[in-house]
Ligand binder design. Sequence first.
Ligand SMILES: [Zn+2]
Length: 102
Amino acid sequence: MQRLCRAATLIEAHMLRDLLAHAGIDALVLNENANGALGEVPFTSAWPEVWLRDRADAAAADVIVRAARHDPGPAERPCMGCGAANPIAFELCWSCGAATGA
Ligand SMILES: [Zn+2]
């Protein structure tokens, strides 16, 4: 397990987890219920966190998170070769290696 990032909202945390899942990366959201502790702990400690089950996914996951945060538009597009959803930042499909048409 490795912490990938904090998210300001649960919605963002789940969006990131779903993006990672589409890329075949197993991630989970922790601190989902920590908002109840606001006021008792530093507020950033109560933010939801996205964790990776496998730290080997960290580099690919980081690319996905940065792409998602810099571009509020479509975060992914389907591969022309195999149809797998790829983060916009990917020039090659994570699944089959084909160019994604950037
Ligand atoms: Zn593909």
